[in-house]
Design a protein around this ligand. Structure first.
Ligand code: G1P
Length: 290
């Protein structure tokens, strides 16, 4: 059986980036450069590589740089052409040609659920992906590609999971699993940011989702939850009443690039694999007297 293709991805990017102040005082955290690309470009590339053609970015005040990044820059392209910098020109051009980009504003930072709900009119009545730029999952087969395989098999919503240390569940959405096969679960219930003592498991939601459009009706019905915010987790929980949701344990090293330490770790991991920088960077690290 083949299900409706996933053509659209929603990228919430309206957050204030408070964990990364002062760097994010006047620049969006999504534009922090990880090695040589802004954070948000990694998730755009991940989505596009999975066949997604429409990228919907939910932005807010102070996020103009994101729109400029994915737009054509005539002056810059003309200058690079004039200087004969063909490789750089290609890299710059590719960014705006990758997908159709649409932007919608979230007027107030009312939570992840609210941010996704803002994209409703642009998504319409079809299943779609949500990718959180903070979550860098480093693996040969990307996180979303792993989840697409589950979607292709079952046609249900799929959420990305990783097992985290028990004390850390308080930072995540956490599921009650009914295991289907190794690493694949049916989500029986889920709760946002539980105390370790109340957590149903340590299988935590990582920032990748494939969602049935029924999520939008569920988002209309939720009340403010953990942290006083409208939580996507709570809407998925409501959607469980009528829809099957699968959870897939993602293979790969995950970095919380929205935190200073996670960002540094992601930088080192990705720099070591860079064709251009890997060798000299490795040599530099070896010379450090740690
Ligand atoms: C959000 C989600 C949470 C999920 C997490 C993954 O939380 O609400 O369910 O586990 O992303 O990174 P946030 O990190 O925005 O607090």
């Amino acid at each position: 059986m083949s299900f409706k293709p996933i053509r659209k991805a929603v990228l919430p990017a309206a957050g204030l980036g408070t964990r990364f102040l002062p760097a994010t005082k006047a620049s969006p955290k999504e534009m922090l450069p990880l090695v040589d690309k802004p954070l948000i470009q990694y998730v755009v590339e991940e989505a596009v590589a999975c066949g997604i053609t429409d990228i919907i970015i939910v932005t807010g005040r102070g996020k103009r740089a994101i729109e400029d990044h994915f737009d054509v820059s005539f002056e810059l392209e003309a200058l690079l052409q004039h200087k004969g910098k063909d490789k750089t020109l290609d890299a710059v051009r590719e960014i705006s040609e990758m997908a159709n980009f649409a932007y919608i504003r979230q007027p107030e930072a009312l939570g992840l659920g609210h941010a996704v709900g803002c994209a409703r009119s642009l998504v319409g009545d079809e299943p779609f992906a949500v990718l959180l730029a903070d979550d860098i999952i480093h693996n040969r087969t990307s996180a979303l590609a792993q989840m697409m395989k589950v979607y292709d098999k079952f046609g249900t919503s799929v959420i990305g999971l990783q097992a985290v240390p028990e004390a850390d569940v308080v930072n995540y959405g956490v599921i009650t699993p009914q295991t289907v096969e190794s690493g694949l679960h049916r989500v029986v219930d889920l709760v946002e940011k539980p105390k370790p003592a109340d957590a149903p498991s340590n299988l935590s939601v990582i920032g990748r989702y494939i969602l049935d459009p029924a999520i939008f009706e569920a988002l209309d019905r939720i009340q403010a939850g953990a942290g006083g915010e409208l939580q996507l987790t709570d809407a998925i929980r409501l959607m469980l009443q009528g829809r099957v949701v699968h959870g897939l344990e993602l293979v790969g090293d995950r970095y919380d690039a929205g935190s200073k330490l996670g960002f540094l770790q992601a930088t080192v991991a990705l720099a070591l694999e860079s064709a251009e920088l890997g060798d000299p960077f490795r040599a530099f690290l070896k010379d450090l007297k740690l």
